[in-house]
Design a protein around this ligand. Sequence first.
Ligand code: HBI
Length: 104
Amino acid sequence: MTDKLDAASLRQRLAALPQWHIEAGDAAIRREYLFADFPQAFGFMAQVALHAERLDHHPEWFNVHRRVDVRLTTHDAGGVTERDIALARHADDVHARLVRDPSA
Ligand code: HBI
């Protein structure tokens, strides 16, 4: 199992993910995404969901209309691990691609 990142490593990883923030207590990282409309937000969730299933690592998220709030934590480790950092990077990539090309 991947180990939970200590406070210093977590802050260092987040420096490369500027839109993400560390939840109070360090148990998770969070980001809010805003899309053009609901279908685009749902398309983002569908793409990230398929990747999450392949990784066997799943997000906690909340969607209203064109907004998706994502919370990442590794339940098995009781905190944030490299698996969360990798999923955050992937979600950012999917978001960037959709913003660039809404049909992607
Ligand atoms: N997703 N975020 C997250 N954290 C986990 O610990 C986790 C998961 N998805 C699947 C999973 N663990 C399983 O591998 C275990 O619960 C068996």
